[in-house]
Design a protein around this ligand. Structure first.
Ligand code: ASP
Length: 330
């Protein structure tokens, strides 16, 4: 064997051994794991990520887990950052339904949702609520629909930018009513809710993980939930569904999933998936999520392969709806 080939082989063996050793030691005590949240701090995705980080810390041997809010462009900036990060398990991405809406909504994406990530598992399913500024005159869905038809062309609808859950929900709502409204994009629905409370925007459709406390405190007006059934969460149980309120077949439930960059070593992925499963059974995590109207995942989607299949089916499902509503971004 030629000397250069021998040297190259030795280097490859050493590199593989190093990966194996670091996978075994994962996570190292002195190296924090970063979860990228592709929306603003204080919002619903951020909230799920922080609660999940608390629940995953123990099964990861007390590892330090930090949150990095890299927001903007419907989560695509944060997702791109995660896709480009070193594939060593120390950078993860917590994202929601945007993983399934971005491929249709964006003509160009700097990553491929199916090929550039390792799928670790679905975390939860989260209903959404239709809420309005506190000064909104309507007192129920019927009155709100009448107000919308009387104010055509003047209505501002907040969202967390193209591809976000609030954008998707708003898109479906406008399409169902065949009414246009002006989309007002934010870097997350935490800043959008602040503006809604201040009366700068009229309407917002957002996850219950963000709106429940605002509804309880009567800081916003709440009209309906976006699911096909009413919710049982005490603060939300009196809200009708949009479907029963005359917005036929309306049904938007979103979900969150955990991802790692493509190429993360299998033993590291296995440890992360194991830690995720422990977190999903953590009574404290379940209690926090249920209190906010979210349902922690317990089904097959907590396994990587099923998570990936589920995102592909959601991409197809929402792709049809987004194309029907005719929305694209560059
Ligand atoms: N709720 C946001 C959305 O509409 C995301 C966020 O701010 O966490 O997608």
């Amino acid at each position: 064997m030629k000397k250069t080939l021998k040297l190259a082989l030795a280097a490859a063996v050493a590199a593989t051994a190093a990966i194996g050793a670091s996978a075994q030691d994962f996570p190292a005590k002195d190296k924090p794991i970063t979860i990228i949240v592709p929306f603003a701090a204080g919002g619903p995705t951020d909230r799920v990520a922080r609660d999940l980080a608390d629940a995953m810390r123990k099964p990861l041997g007390g590892a330090s887990i930090v949150i990095d809010n890299t927001a903007g462009a419907g989560s695509s900036i944060g997702a791109a950052k995660a896709a480009r990060a070193p594939a060593d398990g120390y950078t993860l991405l917590l994202n929601h339904v945007a993983m399934a809406t971005m491929p249709t909504l964006y003509r160009k994406l700097p990553f491929n949702v199916a090929n550039d990530f390792e799928y670790l598992g679905i975390v939860n399913d989260v209903p959404m609520t239709l809420i309005a500024r506190p000064s909104m005159p309507a007192n129920n869905v019927k009155e709100l629909l009448a107000w919308i038809s009387q104010n055509k062309g003047k209505i501002n609808l907040g969202n967390a930018s193209q591809g976000s859950a609030s954008h998707l929900c708003g898109l479906m709502f406008k399409h169902a009513l065949a009414t246009d409204m002006t989309d007002v994009p934010y870097k997350g629905t935490a800043p959008a809710i602040t503006d809604l409370i201040g009366g700068q925007i009229d309407l917002l459709c957002d996850q219950t993980t963000n709106t429940t406390s605002q509804i309880e405190a009567k800081k916003v007006k709440a009209y309906a939930v976006t699911t096909t059934k009413r919710l049982t969460t005490p603060a939300l149980k009196d809200l009708p569904t949009l479907a029963e309120s005359g917005v036929k077949d309306f049904n938007v439930t979103i979900w969150h999933g955990l991802y790692a960059p493509k190429g993360t070593p299998a033993p590291v992925l296995a440890k992360l998936n194991e830690a995720l499963k422990v977190a999903l059974k953590d009574p404290e995590f379940i209690k926090k999520q249920e209190g906010l109207g979210a349902v922690v995942a317990t089904d097959a989607r907590i396994e990587p392969a099923e998570h990936k299949k589920f995102v592909a089916s959601e991409t197809a499902k929402f792709g049809v709806a987004i194309k029907a509503a005719g929305a694209y971004a560059d």
